[in-house]
Each structure stands twice: as structure tokens, then as C-alpha cells.
Write a protein that binds this ligand. Structure first.
Ligand SMILES: [Zn+2]
Length: 178
């Protein structure tokens, strides 16, 4: 038994169309597609993980900033010193830097998450779309800037996609022909 790509119903291994929802099951058993899917899922996880870590970093910077500001304020109340003003200023800087440095990673992480989700959804129905994305050199650079872990999984998919060109040509033709 296998699971329908579309409605998740249990269906026989050898059927090419789901008897429940009519979704095509072409290429379902292809190792090339399963591998592509696996690394898309890993990349998906990496973007999510990166975004969550970046949110945590923003929170830590804000807490540290508030702590510095509160400490500076406390010293100022106790008669003050040259350092108290500096501490309040450093606290404000900490908060600004934390937000500016990590918010783009959060936004891009969630954006990429949605994109990868889309490519996952077309692997078994129109792999040419996922394939076009997985052969982009620019994406390697983009991932390297925003998420090293995602870049590693993307790169593996990139190499595997290039190395499976003949097999993918055959699967693409099969998917379009049905
Ligand atoms: Zn189905």
C-alpha cells in the first residue's frame, strides 16, 4: 500500500490514478523523485529552524537591551555616574541591532518555507517546476547568505538533480503525457 499524494488515502502500490480523488500517482515510486522530495523537506525544515532561531535571537537582544537600560536607570537613580547614561544608550543600541540583524532572516525564512512547500507539492505532478528551481546557481548564493543549513540541503538537491538529468527527462515526459 502507498499513500495518495493528494488526499492521503491508502491506495494499492500499482495504481497510477487514485481511486478516491483521481490524482495522478505518476513517478510515485521513482527513487529520484523521492530523494528530491526528501531534500526539499530537509531544506523546508532548515528554513523553519533558521527563522525560529532568529526569532529567539531577537528576543535575547531585546531582553539584554532592556536589562542594560534598567541597570543604567538604576545606577542613575542611585546618584548616577558617567556609565549610567552609556548603559541606557547601549541598551537601546542592542535592541535596534538585534531587530535589524535578525528580522530579515525571520521574514526570508518564512517566505522560503512557503516557496519550498510549493515545490514539494509539484514534485509528483510536474517535476519540471521543481527541477527548474533546483538547478539555479543563484539560489546557492541566496541560501548561503541567509541559511547555511538550507544551503547544504539545497546543494545536495542541486547536484542530485544535475546527475539525474536523463531519469528526470523520462519522468517529465511521463508526467506530461498522462
Ligand atoms: Zn487521492
Amino acid at each position: 500500500m502507498k499513500i495518495c499524494r493528494d488526499c492521503n488515502a491508502q491506495i494499492e502500490d500499482n495504481v497510477s490514478v487514485c481511486p478516491y480523488c483521481g490524482a495522478k500517482q505518476t513517478g510515485e515510486n521513482s527513487t529520484v523523485l523521492m530523494t528530491m522530495m526528501k531534500f526539499l523537506q530537509l531544506e523546508h525544515f532548515a528554513w523553519k529552524f533558521g527563522a525560529i532561531m532568529a526569532i529567539a535571537a531577537v528576543v535575547i537582544y531585546i531582553i539584554a537591551g532592556i536589562t542594560m537600560m534598567a541597570t543604567g536607570g538604576f545606577i542613575a537613580q542611585r546618584g548616577g555616574s558617567a556609565e549610567s547614561g552609556m548603559m541606557v544608550f547601549a541598551g537601546v543600541l542592542y535592541i535596534i541591532i538585534g531587530i535589524m540583524a535578525f528580522t530579515p532572516i525571520v521574514i526570508i525564512g518564512f517566505m522560503m518555507l512557503k516557496k519550498v512547500e510549493y515545490y514539494e507539492s509539484v514534485v509528483y505532478t510536474d517535476v519540471s517546476i521543481a527541477r527548474a528551481r533546483l538547478t539555479s546557481v543563484g539560489m546557492i548564493v541566496f541560501c548561503a547568505i541567509f541559511n547555511t543549513l538550507a544551503m547544504i540541503f539545497y546543494l545536495i538537491n542541486f547536484i542530485k538533480t544535475k546527475n539525474s538529468a536523463a531519469e528526470l527527462d523520462r519522468i517529465e515526459a511521463e508526467q506530461k503525457g498522462l
